[in-house]
Design a protein around this ligand. Structure first.
Ligand code: AMP
Length: 279
């Protein structure tokens, strides 16, 4: 496995590598969710490259960026274990050199939910992923369903900018108690960690009501809200029942089309998200 630090090193290395190439973009502090993306890429491609870059432009609060967990030595050992060919781990100035002055802003699908709660977040995501897609020129790139809106934003961006990389979504990997793996889980206190599976419990309660025939968006949102309200350490930011293609909030849930149940919840200063796709 080779660790590449600069755009030039990256492009020189990839010029000679067997194709197809699979790209796994990450912000490091790797866990089994990231491993599952790497494994999928290894199965699909002749070459797999992960990127490790804590992207300052997608953080809304400087303090959140500063405290994002980092451990490159451990991350590289995980990439090696997963049999990756390359890791691209650039410094901030390599991605955003002095004078950098472009933002990629995706439209409607980036506006609600995480886009409303964290203005500018998806501009930062779309900008860095556009750079990575362009530099790597991969046939496939792998993302987690855990960040469902992020995948939709990236797919829209790649389509609109005519980038030939196919965006592949991989299932959410969870702890045995249902908590979705996330680099941010490390910030939870023991009591917050014990409470955090309430996110998936709320989603599954709404899914059960939907399976039993409930089609009112408000009723399904209330179901999620009630489950969260029973957990004193959880402060909900939003609960959503939205069209799985446009993310528009639904009054009535259709019987056929995809529906995305999603939520964001704070535990102290740690904010967690999760979702469940219906239909
Ligand atoms: P991050 O390092 O948090 O930016 O995540 C990098 C990629 O891993 C993104 O595509 C995430 O959606 C994905 N990912 C994060 N957590 C999980 C998880 N629990 N299961 C599957 N994929 C995940």
């Amino acid at each position: 496995m080779r660790v590449l630090r600069t755009r030039d090193e990256l492009q020189a290395a990839l010029a000679e590598t067997p194709r197809p190439i699979g790209l796994v973009p990450t912000m490091g502090w790797l866990h089994d969710g990231h491993r599952s993306l790497m494994q999928r890429s290894r199965a699909d491609n002749a070459t797999t490259i992960a990127s490790i870059f804590v992207n300052p432009r997608q953080f809304i609060e400087a303090a959140d960026y500063q405290r994002y967990p980092r451990n490159e030595t451990r991350d590289l050992a995980i990439c090696e274990e997963e049999g990756l060919d390359f890791v691209f781990a650039p410094g901030v100035e390599e991605i955003y050199p002095p004078g950098f002055d472009t933002t990629v802003a995706v439209g409607a699908v980036a506006r609600p939910l995480e886009g409303a709660a964290r203005p500018g977040h998806f501009d930062g995501v779309a900008t860095v992923v556009a750079i990575l897609f362009d530099l790597v020129g991969a046939e496939h790139a792998y993302f987690g369903q855990k960040d469902a809106q992020q995948v939709m934003v990236i797919r829209q961006m790649a389509r609109d900018l005519a980038i030939g990389t196919e965006v592949v979504t991989c299932p959410t990997v969870r702890e045995p108690d249902g908590l979705a793996l996330s680099s941010r889980n490390v910030h939870l206190s023991p009591s917050e960690r014990a409470a955090a599976p309430v996110l998936q419990r709320a989603l599954l309660a709404a899914r059960d009501r939907w399976a039993a025939g409930e089609r009112s968006g408000d009723a399904l949102r209330a179901t999620m809200g009630d489950v969260l309200a029973a957990e004193p350490l959880a402060t909900p930011a939003y609960v959503s029942v939205a069209d799985g293609r446009t993310l528009a909030e639904l009054d009535r849930v259709p019987d056929d089309g995809p529906v995305l149940l999603s939520l964001a919840v704070r535990f102290g200063s740690t904010r967690l998200i999760d979702n469940e796709l219906l239909g």
